[in-house]
Write a protein that binds this ligand. Structure first.
Ligand code: COA
Length: 165
């Protein structure tokens, strides 16, 4: 593999990072779980919701987003939020193109984000992964995260008249 480089996100990257995120999150996405159980939400399939989440990530006022490139091709992305007041750096999304997974790029993107958090003076980094995502559960402790909580997500279809009153 050619040496990857990591740089700041720019607006031209949006469609590419949405595509990488959507294909990467197939099988490890809350939006997809909801779609699988309740059907399309608001008339949109889960990939639309994932693309929107990435748009929210890049437009967020505290956003710091980085992409990994190999041979001038974007092959990975990490989205973050830098909250100087709370001291917390949040990582909402991380994805690496399937063609180059398992070669250390995810770890590099995480380390880049963590270095950015430190350079900003943040004191804590926060990331989540799903119970159904073994790679996240391996990778995050490997770069220094410790498990602090488990959460259960619920969703309810408000249109089918099946909500209990
Ligand atoms: C998570 C993701 C970004 C990691 O990117 P990557 O470039 O493959 O990551 P790395 O190569 O740096 O590290 C992957 C690690 O997971 C390990 N791994 C791979 N498959 C695994 C599995 N099924 N179970 C446990 N660990 C696994 C690899 O061995 C490697 O660990 P090592 O360096 O100790 O050997 C990438 O797999 C991805 O895009 N996944 C889909 C989206 C996703 O899950 N994002 C994170 C959501 S929380």
């Amino acid at each position: 593999m050619m040496q990857p480089t990591i740089r700041d996100y720019c607006a031209d990257d949006l469609q590419r990072i949405q595509a990488i995120t959507i294909s990467g999150f197939d099988g490890v996405s809350i939006a997809q779980n909801i779609h699988n159980q309740l059907g399309p939400v608001g008339g949109h399939d889960w990939t639309w919701h994932k693309a929107r989440a990435i748009e929210d990530d890049v437009e967020h006022p505290q956003a710091a987003v980085f992409v990994a490139e190999i041979d001038h091709q974007v092959v990975g992305v990490i989205t973050t939020r830098v909250d100087l007041e709370s001291g917390i750096g949040l990582i909402p999304n991380l994805a690496v193109d399937a063609s180059v997974q398992g070669q250390g790029l995810g770890r590099k993107l995480l380390q880049h984000a963590l270095a950015h958090f430190r350079a900003c003076g943040l004191t804590t980094a926060h990331i989540e992964t799903l119970d159904q995502n073994p790679i996240g559960q391996h990778l995050y402790p490997a770069v220094g995260f410790r498990e602090v909580a488990r959460q259960i997500h619920y969703a309810q279809d408000l249109t089918a008249g099946n909500a209990s009153e």
